[in-house]
Design a protein around this ligand. Structure first.
Ligand SMILES: NC(=O)c1ccc[n+]([C@@H]2O[C@H](COP(=O)([O-])OP(=O)(O)OC[C@H]3O[C@@H](n4cnc5c(N)ncnc54)[C@H](O)[C@@H]3O)[C@@H](O)[C@H]2O)c1
Length: 464
C-alpha cells in the first residue's frame, strides 16, 4: 500500500499521460452513474472544482430535479447544487449516450442482497452494460459500489469488454470504495482518506489521481480485490462489534443489576485497544446489514463458512425480536389485551439525524410487533413524513401530551437529537428505550424498560 502523490505519475506509461494531464488541468469530463448518497456528492465536488460533470441516473425524476438545480441528498448544500447546475458544470441525464464524452466514469449504483440474502449485482451489471454501449478508447472507469472481492475484475470488466475494447489496455478500471457517512459533520468527502486499487498500474495511478482531485489522501493498494475486501472489512468490523454489545445487553438483562450502558461507558475510558459501539434494536442502512452476506456468499463459493461473521449478523437480526418481546412484556403489566395495545415507534430512519430509511430497524420492529398480534402501531419521526413499511404507509404523528398518552407503549428506536425525551417519558404509559436516551432522567421512574438494563434480581449462587 502506498499513499498517492502526483510525483508517482512519472511511472505512467506514455499512453496514459494524456488522461492524466486532462485530469490535472480540470479539462477531464467526469461522468457519474447513479446519483444517490454516494454519486451526487462526488458529482458536486468535481463540479465545484470546475470540472464538467455529467450525472447519469435511471430514475428520471432525480434527473429532472437536478437539472432544475434542486438537491435531494440531505447532507449536500442546496445552494451549491443550484450554483453548479446554473453555471453549467453539472448536467444530469437519464441516458448513457452522453457518457461517451466523459473521460472519467464513476459507478455508484446500489448493491443490495436478494430475497435469499445473496448478492444482487443486477445494478452493477446494468450500469456496466449501459457503459459498454458508449465506451471509447482511453476512458477510466472507477467502481465505488460496495461488493465482494473479484466483482470488478470478474463481472464488471468482462461486461465493459463487450464494447470490443480491452480492459487495462484500451480503457482503465479501478475499484475505490466509498466512505461517506451521512449525517457526519466532521468527516466529509474531501477529508476522508480513501483506498484505490486498479486492474493495472496505470489504472491505479489514474484513478488515484482523479480521486485526489477531490479527496486529500488516497491510498493505492495492489488490486481491486484488496480494495473490495478492505471495504467489507470496515463494515463487517462494525457489524461484529455491534453484535458483541447487543449480546452483552441481553446478558445484562438476564443477570439483572448491571446497566450495559454504564459498562460500555466505563470500557470506553480506556484510551487504547478499545472502540465504543452501542446496542440497539438492530442494524439498518444498506451497508452493515448487507455487507456480511456479500462476504459469506463468496466464502461458500470457496467451501468456507464465515461462522463468526454470520453469527454476528444473526445476533443483530435477532434484536428486533428481542425488542418486540420487551414490548410484549411491558404490555403484559398493563390491564389490556395485547390485541388492543397501541404502540408508538419513535424514529423511522435507520440512524440518528438522517432521513434515510433503507433497511430501517423500525420496520423490523413493526413486523415483529405485528407477529405478536399488535396492529395499532404509529411512528413519529421529524425526518420522515411518511414511512412505507410492512406493506403499509405510516404517516409521522405529532408528539403532544395527549397523543403520547394515547399509546400503551412508546418504543424509542432512533436517537434523533430533536426528540424531547423528558416530555415523551412524562406523558407515556410505558417506554421501551433501545438507545439509552433516557439515561439522565430515568432514576426514580417506573415506566421505562431499557435495553440492556433490568432491576437487580436476587442472585442465585453458583454452586461449584
Ligand atoms: N450511502 C452510503 O452511506 C454508502 C457508503 C459507502 C458505500 N455505499 C455503497 O455505494 C453504493 C451506492 O449507494 P448509495 O447510498 O449512493 O445508493 P442510492 O440508492 O442512494 O443511489 C444509487 C442510485 O443509482 C441509481 N441507479 C440504479 N441503477 C442504475 C443504473 N443501472 N444506471 C444508472 N443509475 C442507476 C438509482 O436510481 C439511485 O439514484 C452501494 O453499493 C452502497 O453499498 C453507500
Amino acid at each position: 500500500m502506498e499513499l498517492f502523490s502526483p510525483a508517482l505519475l512519472s511511472q505512467l506509461n506514455p499512453s496514459a499521460k494524456h488522461l492524466s494531464e486532462l485530469i490535472q488541468s480540470q479539462k477531464a469530463v467526469i461522468g457519474v452513474v447513479g446519483l444517490g448518497y454516494v454519486g451526487l456528492p462526488i458529482a458536486l465536488e468535481f463540479a465545484k472544482k470546475g470540472y464538467q460533470v455529467i450525472g447519469m441516473d435511471v430514475f428520471e425524476s432525480k434527473v429532472e430535479m437536478l437539472n432544475r438545480g434542486e438537491n435531494f441528498i440531505e447532507d449536500l448544500d442546496d445552494g451549491e447544487i443550484a450554483e453548479v447546475v446554473k453555471s453549467g458544470h453539472l448536467k444530469a441525464t437519464a441516458s448513457f449516450a452522453p457518457l461517451n464524452q466523459a473521460d472519467v466514469l464513476y459507478i455508484c449504483v446500489p448493491t443490495p442482497f436478494d430475497a435469499n440474502k445473496d448478492p444482487d449485482l443486477s445494478y452493477i451489471k446494468s450500469a456496466g452494460k449501459g457503459l459498454s454501449s458508449v465506451l471509447r478508447q482511453g476512458q477510466l472507469v472507477i467502481m465505488k459500489s460496495t461488493t465482494f472481492p473479484g466483482t470488478t475484475e470478474s463481472y464488471l470488466v468482462p461486461i465493459l469488454e463487450e464494447s470490443g475494447l480491452k480492459g487495462g489496455k484500451d480503457f482503465y478500471v479501478a475499484f475505490s470504495p466509498e466512505r461517506v457517512d451521512p449525517g457526519n459533520t466532521t468527516w466529509h468527502t474531501g477529508n476522508t482518506p480513501i483506498v484505490t486499487g486498479g486492474i493495472t498500474e496505470d489504472s491505479s495511478l489514474l484513478a488515484s489521481l482523479a480521486n485526489n482531485m477531490i479527496i486529500e489522501q488516497v491510498y493505492m493498494v495492489s488490486s481491486p480485490k484488496v480494495a473490495e475486501l478492505e471495504k467489507l472489512l470496515e463494515n463487517i468490523f462494525r457489524s461484529v462489534n455491534i453484535a458483541l454489545v447487543n449480546e452483552l445487553a441481553m446478558l445484562c438483562e438476564r443477570m439483572g443489576g448491571i446497566d450495559v450502558w454504564e459498562v460500555i461507558e466505563a470500557a470506553a475510558t480506556k484510551p487504547f485497544g478499545y472502540m465504543k459501539f452501542t446496542p440497539g434494536a438492530g442494524v439498518g442502512g444498506h451497508c452493515i446489514p448487507v455487507d456480511p452476506y456479500y462476504l459469506s456468499w463468496l466464502a461458500r463459493e470457496h467451501d468456507f463458512e464465515t461462522r463468526f461473521i454470520t453469527l454476528a449478523a444473526n445476533t443483530n437480526e435477532s434484536m428486533p425480536y428481542h425488542v418486540a418481546q420487551l414490548v410484549v412484556n411491558a404490555i403484559a403489566r398493563l390491564p389490556i389485551s395485547i390485541f388492543d395495545a397501541k404502540v408508538l415507534i419513535v424514529g423511522a430512519s435507520f440512524k440518528k439525524n438522517v432521513k434515510d430509511i433503507r433497511n430501517s430497524t423500525s420496520e423490523a420492529v413493526i413486523l415483529r410487533l405485528m407477529e405478536q398480534g399488535i396492529s395499532e402501531i404509529d411512528i413519529t419521526d421529524p425526518w420522515v413524513s411518511i414511512f412505507p413499511a410492512a406493506g403499509r404507509e405510516f404517516p409521522s404523528v405529532s408528539l403532544t401530551a395527549e397523543s403520547i398518552a394515547a399509546y400503551d407503549c412508546v418504543v424509542l428506536v432512533t436517537d434523533h437529537d430533536e426528540f424531547d425525551i423528558p416530555f415523551i417519558v412524562d406523558h407515556a404509559r410505558w417506554v421501551i428505550d433501545t438507545r439509552n436516551m433516557t439515561k439522565d432522567i430515568r432514576a426514580g421512574r417506573d415506566n421505562i424498560t431499557v435495553l440492556g438494563v433490568t432491576a437487580p434480581k436476587k442472585m442465585i449462587p453458583v454452586v461449584h
